[in-house]
Every structure is written in structure tokens, then in C-alpha cells.
Ligand binder design. Structure first.
Ligand code: ADP
Ligand code: MG
Length: 355
């Protein structure tokens, strides 16, 4: 072996040893926050400190958006709805509301955080879930409408025009929280880790213990076992969110009533989509929050409009929509990137033919 080759071999061994060394410092912790099972994984000298601070941050965010806490900003907004009074908001809540309003305009009302009266009326996922009467539905629908949520940027305040209105940040808060944890990881110099908020919103940072991209399983939307996958997506330095009609639902007759509402009909969206996955790479500002809200928005828009909408977005954003016939509609290189695609699914080509 020549001197150069020896040197190269030595360097290679050194790199492998160093990597194995980092692997040993992986810290993993799980807690129930934001109504979901949060699992944080981080590698590096400050992994424990990063995870502890992140968990505390998640609890703070929860206290701002939790509708069951009387002092939360969202509760204050609901309490003062219709009084004309402005509610001063924490900057985090203001940011979520401002982004939500931006996307309410962009999606023509498909994404609308004022759907709260519908969420409460249908009670999906609670023990009082029911199909409401037409009268109840009409009354709740009158209290829904993003145009009746006013924001004042200078004052960082908001108000709702009618009594009975409320905001529900369930379609955006977990993604926002992912971005916040991502910032804490950066502060502590964490280069490898997984920020996982119940699988529905996550961020894959760097590589896993095997020194390869994190492998994210996308749930099969029609298998009861949550471990059954539709496909696996290798993910590195990117946020991913998934929304589906299998998360929280009840069935009556032949209809599946789930937790993603079409604010324009007042009913669980029947757009043809049954699951939506969105990936936002690290070039996308607020990628966690955007991927989260986009899954809900695209679910409501449905496969055709949803794909069209995604194609107008930042180039770092791509998506996969599953329709009721288990066809996969994708943008960007999503189709190419997916591995272990279950045989139950076929790729939709958009031309009327299947691959
Ligand atoms: P999760 O990630 O918790 O599974 P999603 O990201 O799919 O949930 O968001 C669904 C939640 O968003 C609902 O539980 C409700 O709180 C809220 N929501 C439902 N429909 C809409 C809508 N059209 N626009 C905005 N938020 C919605
Ligand atoms: Mg979500």
C-alpha cells in the first residue's frame, strides 16, 4: 500500500469511528403534548439539553393554542368574539393566524381556522360525535368564515366579528411547533435528529444512527394497524406532514365522517382525497408549519385542484395525494423518492392512464 493509500485508509477508519462515536450520544424522549405523542431524537454533545428545552417549548406552545385552557390566546379570542374588543396575542399565535389567513386567501377558503364551530358541533374524535341536523349545521356555518377574523399586525392583536365564533389551530400548530424545535436544535448545534409530533408532522435532520437518511413510513390509509405502510420516504433535512381521513372519524351508513372539514359545506371534506403527505425541504421558510397546513388545505381541495395548487408553490415543496381508489397523485420527485410502495397503490399519471 502506498503512502497516499495508507493515509486514505486511515482517514476512512477515522471517519467511521467518529460517526460511531456520535451515534452513542443519541438521546430520545417521548411525551404527550399538543394532544399528540411527541418523540424527540437528537445526536450530539448537547442532545439532552436540546431535548429538554424543546419539550418545555412545546408545552408553552400548547398552552397558547389549547382550547381547554381558559387562559389560552385562542380561548380569549372566542370569549371576546362579537364584542368588538381586540385581543393582544403572543407573537407565536399571531404568526399562525397571519399565515392561516394568507392561505385562506390562497386556497379560496379551503384552509380556514375559523372552522371551530364545526369542529365542536360534529365532535369528531370525542364521545359525543354525531351527524348534526340541517338546522344545527346552518347555524354553525354562519359562524364560520375567515373574512370575519380581523388581524392588526402593528398591535399583534385579533378579533372575531360574531359572538359564537372561535379559531382552531389544530391544522397548523403542530407544524409550527416542529419549526420551533428545529430552531432549538440549531442553537445547540444538533446536526442529526428526528422531531416527530405523532407522525402527523415531523422534521428529519441530517442522518440516522445508520448514517443514512431517516426512513419515514407513510401510513396505509385503509389498514387499521397504524404500523401498516403505504410507502417509505427517505428524508434528510426536510419537514413532512400527513393528514388523513383515518386519524379521527366515525362511520354512519356508508359514510366516513372525519376531522378535516370543508368550511364551504360545513361537512367533513369529500374531495376524493383520503390522505395527503407534504414535504418541505430546508430551503422553505417555516417549512413545518407550511407542510402541516398544506396537508389540510390540499385534502379539502382534492386531488386535481390540490396537485395544481402545489405546483404553484415554492419549489422546495412537494406532495403526494391518495384518492379513494388508492391512486397516488404526486408532484416533484415524490414518485421517484418513494420506496417499498405497497401493491395496493398505483401512480396516477394525470393522462387518464395508470402506470
Ligand atoms: P392532525 O395533524 O392532527 O391529524 P390535520 O393536520 O389533518 O390534523 O388537521 C386537522 C385539524 O385541523 C382538525 O382536527 C381541526 O382542528 C382543524 N381543521 C379541520 N378542517 C380545517 C380546515 N378546513 N381548515 C383549517 N383547519 C381545519
Ligand atoms: Mg397536521
Amino acid at each position: 500500500m502506498g503512502k497516499r493509500q495508507k493515509m486514505a485508509a486511515f482517514l476512512l477508519i477515522l471517519i467511521v469511528c467518529l460517526c460511531a462515536g456520535c451515534g452513542e450520544q443519541q438521546v430520545k424522549k417521548s411525551e404527550l403534548i399538543l394532544d399528540t405523542a411527541v418523540t424527540l431524537t437528537a445526536e450530539g454533545a448537547d442532545a439532552q439539553a436540546a431535548i429538554d428545552e424543546s419539550m418545555a417549548r412545546l408545552k408553552t406552545i400548547d398552552s397558547m393554542v389549547n382550547p381547554n385552557l381558559p387562559d389560552s390566546d385562542v380561548n380569549k379570542l372566542a370569549q371576546l368574539a362579537g364584542t368588538g374588543k381586540w385581543v393582544s396575542l403572543q407573537p407565536e399565535v399571531y404568526k399562525m393566524l397571519a399565515t392561516a389567513q394568507d392561505y385562506a386567501v390562497k386556497t379560496n377558503g379551503a384552509f380556514d381556522v375559523t372552522t371551530k364551530p364545526l369542529v365542536d358541533l360534529w365532535g369528531i374524535g370525542t364521545d359525543h360525535a354525531k351527524v348534526p341536523s340541517p338546522v344545527e349545521l346552518a347555524a354553525a356555518q354562519k359562524l364560520v368564515g375567515w373574512q370575519k377574523l380581523e388581524l392588526n399586525e402593528e398591535k399583534q392583536a385579533a378579533r372575531l366579528q360574531d359572538k359564537g365564533m372561535g379559531v382552531d389551530l389544530g391544522g397548523i400548530a403542530k407544524g409550527f411547533a416542529v419549526d420551533e424545535v428545529r430552531k432549538i436544535y440549531a442553537k445547540y448545534g444538533i446536526e442529526n435528529g428526528l422531531i416527530n409530533l405523532g407522525g402527523s408532522s415531523l422534521y428529519a435532520l441530517g442522518v440516522n444512527k445508520e448514517q443514512t437518511a431517516w426512513r419515514i413510513g407513510i401510513r396505509h390509509p385503509r389498514k387499521e394497524d397504524a404500523q401498516e405502510k403505504m410507502a417509505v420516504l427517505p428524508l434528510k433535512d426536510a419537514a413532512l406532514s400527513t393528514s388523513g381521513d383515518y386519524e379521527r372519524f366515525f362511520e354512519a351508513g356508508d359514510v366516513r365522517y372525519h376531522h378535516i372539514f370543508d368550511p364551504r359545506t360545513g361537512r367533513p371534506a369529500q374531495s376524493g382525497a383520503i390522505s395527503v403527505t407534504i414535504v418541505a425541504d430546508s430551503s422553505v421558510p417555516d417549512g413545518g408549519m407550511l407542510s402541516d397546513l398544506l396537508t389540510t388545505a390540499v385534502f379539502v381541495l382534492g386531488p386535481e385542484q390540490g396537485i395544481h395548487f402545489l405546483q404553484t408553490m415554492h419549489h422546495g415543496i412537494k406532495g403526494a395525494i391518495i384518492d379513494g381508489r388508492l391512486q397516488l397523485w404526486t408532484t416533484g420527485d415524490m414518485a421517484k423518492e418513494m420506496e417499498e410502495v405497497s401493491r395496493d397503490f398505483q401512480f396516477w399519471q394525470g393522462s387518464g392512464e395508470l402506470q
